[in-house]
Design a protein around this ligand. Structure first.
Ligand code: ZN
Length: 162
């Protein structure tokens, strides 16, 4: 006997694993949808391909992998041990492109929100953190100064990362 888990039990386990493994951008999309935000399905045609675009607020949301996009000070943004020059060039290209995308969108009046993958990981594990991040995102998107986490409420940022 390989294992004694019943088929029902196994299927439950599988779906639990599956939901935990949801891609970070899908997870965030669902979360914002539950908050009543409606996102555009045509954002893939937009420069930089944001993961989520909220047309009503002209906000583009990018879920950034900490490794590829070099999340500063993050444990996941480690430097590979070999072919360091090759990787450094690749990382520099990514950072250059991210900057270009953000500046281009901002020049079109679109605000950019970066959500790091490690933030999403923590949100999945901690309900209270998830709630707090959702509030911050709402404040940024709606530029709502109520109970502001985003510093001076008269001076809400046009670009934010969390
Ligand atoms: Zn990170």
């Amino acid at each position: 006997m390989a294992d004694s888990i019943s088929p029902e039990r196994r299927s439950r386990n599988m779906s639990a694993i599956k939901s935990k493994d949801t891609k970070p951008e899908v997870y965030l999309r669902k979360l914002l949808y539950h908050q009543g935000f409606r996102y555009s399905k045509n954002f893939s045609g937009m420069f930089g391909h944001p993961d989520i675009y909220l047309p009503k607020y002209k906000v583009a949301i990018f879920v950034h992998g900490c490794y590829w996009h070099r999340h500063s000070g993050c444990q996941y943004a480690y430097m590979p041990k070999s072919r360091v020059e090759f990787w450094q060039r690749k990382f520099d290209d990514n950072l250059h492109r991210d900057k270009l995308v953000q500046e281009t969108l901002e020049s079109q009046g679109i605000r950019c929100l970066i959500v790091w993958e490690c933030t999403i990981k923590r949100m999945k594990n901690e309900n209270s953190y998830e709630k707090k991040v959702v509030e911050i995102i709402i404040q940024f998107v709606k530029q709502s100064p109520k109970n502001c986490y985003l510093g001076n409420s008269n001076d809400l940022p046009l670009r934010y990362e969390i």
